[in-house]
Write a protein of this length. Structure first.
Length: 366
């Protein structure tokens, strides 16, 4: 039996109206001080509620987890109240919404996180993030060398993710996606170039997946595995200077370890930043090892997504920048209507600012 992107799909206990997701994208539109979600953000997400599932921009789980200025937190009472506006608006629009729980690890600067960034080991690659400039205003700033996490740091971070998941449920989210991609904290533990530890979290592949697996287990124990997802990017080298010959095997080991948790989905980010194409052999191995829903994102077209669905490689498909300029993207794709390009003007208003380039894109007018 053939399936369509526009078929309904049940994600654990969460029914979706279609297999299209809005991918997580940092937009830095919070209210200050405090990085609080606001009514403008609620409007932005509600406008895009024709997606079966919306995944929010990354939400830091603690102050030290921050790596980009003005990103919405999920660790204070004000954050919870702010996010309630968003979840209520999206549910009223007919969609479901997961929050992406985020710890950037070494991809930060103390002017953003308030203290020396944390990572698997005290090593860095050339990198920059969106933060306050010495001369005033905001722009791209070079990251700092991080501090290697202690066991106490690891225990506290797991507790922070558990509390953030608890906060997310209170705020009305249907689930959480743990960000373990793009060179951020968990990704830095997976790769030997950034993980030079000699304890139980470093060295062997099994040790390098331990922190991620322990965190996913703890969050699943708290809110239920069917409300927990994880994002991975084995074929993207963002945040790293060198390629990693082991990363496919490491990720497959992680999938085998988390399969019993029966997570809502595993989300593969692909084909952005510095990347290699994903071999079909890897997609087949994922399906052999991991029998639960798989989501793919990365410069997809409707045709590419349908082809992957037909081959059985994935169940859900996330679209990023097309959703910025086409708030009714799923409807446009379903009807074959033209898409508005994500052009240089759209890129200028990607991070920070007001409604311009954020909530002022109109749906298809015919």
């Amino acid at each position: 039996m053939s399936h369509s992107l526009f078929d309904a799909f049940t994600l654990g206990s969460t029914p979706l109206s279609n297999r299209i997701a809005m991918a997580p994208m940092t937009r830095s539109r919070t209210s200050q001080p405090g990085d609080v979600p606001n009514a403008m953000m609620a409007t932005y997400y509600q406008q895009r509620a024709d997606a079966g599932l919306i995944i929010t921009e990354g939400a830091p789980v603690s102050a030290v987890a921050r790596g980009y200025s003005m990103t919405p937190g999920i660790y204070t009472a004000e954050h919870i109240e702010g996010w309630k506006k968003v979840t209520q608006a999206v549910h009223a629009g007919g969609s479901k919404i997961f929050i992406q729980l985020w710890h950037v690890g070494r991809r930060s600067h103390s002017s953003i996180s308030g203290q020396q960034p944390l990572s698997a080991s005290a090593c860095k690659d050339p990198d920059s993030v969106f933060g306050p400039l010495p001369e005033g205003g905001f722009g791209m700033v070079e990251t700092e060398t991080p501090r290697a996490m202690t066991q106490a740091d690891i225990d506290q971070t797991i507790a922070d993710f558990v509390q953030a998941a608890r906060n997310a449920v209170e705020a009305g989210f249907d689930g959480v996606e743990i960000h373990a991609a793009h060179g951020y904290l968990f990704d830095s533990f997976l790769r030997p170039a950034s993980n030079q530890r000699s304890d139980q979290y470093g060295g062997s592949q099994q040790n390098r997946i331990r922190f991620l697996v322990e965190t996913l287990q703890a969050v699943s124990d708290e809110i239920g595995g069917d409300r927990v997802a994880v994002r991975l990017s084995p074929h993207i080298m963002e945040g790293f200077a060198a390629d990693d010959a082991e990363i496919e095997e490491v990720v497959l080991k992680a999938l085998a370890a988390i399969a019993p948790m029966k997570l809502a989905y595993v989300h593969f980010s692909e084909r952005i930043s510095r990347y290699v194409e994903v071999p079909e052999s890897f997609r087949r191995r994922v399906r052999e090892i991991y029998p639960h829903p798989v989501m793919v994102a990365g410069k997809l077209t409707c045709e590419m997504a349908q082809a992957m669905l037909d081959k059985g490689y994935a169940d859900l498909f996330a679209f990023g920048t097309p959703y910025i300029t086409n708030p009714d993207l799923a409807t446009r794709l379903r009807n074959g209507w033209p898409l508005r390009a994500f052009d240089p003007d759209a890129r200028l208003t990607l991070y920070g600012g007001d409604a311009k380039g954020y909530t002022d894109y109109a749906p298809w007018q015919g």
